[in-house]
Design a protein around this ligand. Structure first.
Ligand code: NAD
Length: 362
């Protein structure tokens, strides 16, 4: 039984402050090392997190015997090589979504995890967001009968509001080779595809997507508006859709990215809405349930998006202390990645794509 979980954070960019919250809140975990190729950024984070050792070379962090878990928060093209090296160095690994750019890359990571016997978890924070967890709990308890349809909507707003995001944090995202797909439909999409899989308990079978690439500046692109639809396998017939729209003149109240996500799930006996996530677009209660002609609102859930990161960090530490696999495990992450890749292929080729086809070509 481990007494304490000692974490090495790799990549001290935009999201690392939120990713650190759980490790700093848990009584039995500590951030002992940080690594970033940008030395100033790494030193700043180390100071803010209580004086962790600072590395600018990933290999030196791996050689640090005090590091038990490596949390990888680097751009996507770096993920697979770093995750494999960390597992081979005997470390447990938390890998930010999307885990890799391709299934082939992900399989090298899954092989390394199997060979090393170390824990690999892919971190996706929407699944830890309290309103989403409440929705899942209500659906599992039969609150809307059998879930038969899910609709997600991502609404972006005026870019001058919200978080300050460094141009360097966007540069690799709009480079499809480095990101693995579009910054919205692949990178952000991983969250939405995961929600579609979490809230409807069935496998996604076929996907169709329209994605328009909008030019925002000299080197800035955004892959939206976009509309992705899919059908789940089996009976009853179940379908889902996700729409992305940016209203560039609209204010989205947000402490973080200037966008918000809303979800609507219909069942055979009721409807469930989750009215917010990253931002605070609507004032409605975060979760609303309609059934038998009555509406029930849930007002008392933690709605700060940052808390989903905190919960994810706490869960990883608890899982490692208890010797259980934390979510997402490799097999689940692989299905969500296949879903994201199917959407990208559908948009590029203008046709419906089956997940079987994507999975067969790895
Ligand atoms: N869960 C979420 O909601 C969420 C939100 C934002 C980002 N992310 C994910 O987190 C990861 C990082 O995103 P970000 O927005 O913080 O990116 P970012 O560009 O702001 O930060 C990445 C950091 O990695 C460093 N880096 C690059 N190559 C490196 C290397 N080889 N070794 C060490 N450091 C290196 C960069 O200097 C930079 O500081 C991505 O996987 C992204 O998809 C998740």
């Amino acid at each position: 039984m481990r007494e304490e979980i000692r974490v090495g954070m790799v990549g001290c960019g935009r999201i690392s402050d939120l990713q650190s919250l759980g490790y700093r809140a848990h009584a039995r975990s500590r951030i002992v090392a940080v690594c970033d190729t940008d030395a100033a950024r790494a030193s700043e984070r180390a100071r803010a997190w209580g004086g962790a050792r600072v590395y600018t070379e990933f290999e030196r962090l791996l050689a640090d015997p005090e590091v038990d878990v490596v949390d990888i928060l680097t751009p996507h093209h770096v993920h697979a090589a770093q995750a494999v090296a960390a597992l081979e160095a005997g470390k447990d690994v938390s890998l930010q979504k999307p885990p890799t750019r391709t299934l082939k890359e992900l399989d090298t990571v899954l092989d390394a995890a199997r060979r090393s016997g170390r824990v690999l978890r892919v971190f996706e924070n929407f699944m830890h967001y309290a309103p989403h967890r409440k929705a899942k709990e209500l659906i599992d308890a039969g609150a809307i009968g059998t879930p038969i349809s899910v609709r997600l909507k991502t609404a972006g707003g005026r870019l001058t509001d919200g978080w300050r995001v460094e141009p360097s944090s966007m540069a690799w995202r709009v480079n499809r080779d480095q990101c693995g797909g579009g910054p919205t439909t692949f990178d952000h999409g991983f969250h939405c595809y995961q929600m579609a899989r979490m809230l409807i308990p069935a496998e996604v079978e076929r996907v169709h997507a329209f994605v328009h690439w909008t030019k925002l500046g000299t080197d800035a692109w955004y892959d939206g508006p976009a509309l992705v639809s899919w059908r789940y396998a089996g009976d009853p017939p179940r379908m889902g859709s996700w729409e992305v729209i940016a209203s560039l003149g609209m204010r989205v109240r947000s402490k973080y990215y200037v966008s918000d996500d809303r979800i609507e799930v219909h069942g055979t006996e009721g409807i469930l809405w989750v009215n917010r996530c990253t931002g605070q677009l609507l004032e409605e209660p975060s979760v609303v349930l309609y059934r038998d002609g009555e509406t029930r609102a849930f007002h008392d859930l933690e709605t700060d998006w940052a808390d989903s990161f905190r919960q994810g960090g706490l869960d990883l530490v608890d899982a490692l202390l208890e010797g259980r696999q934390p979510a997402l495990d490799g097999a689940e992450a692989r299905k969500t990645l296949a879903f994201a890749l199917a959407a990208g292929r559908s948009a590029a080729q203008g046709r419906e794509v089956t997940l079987a086809e994507v999975l067969a070509q790895t």
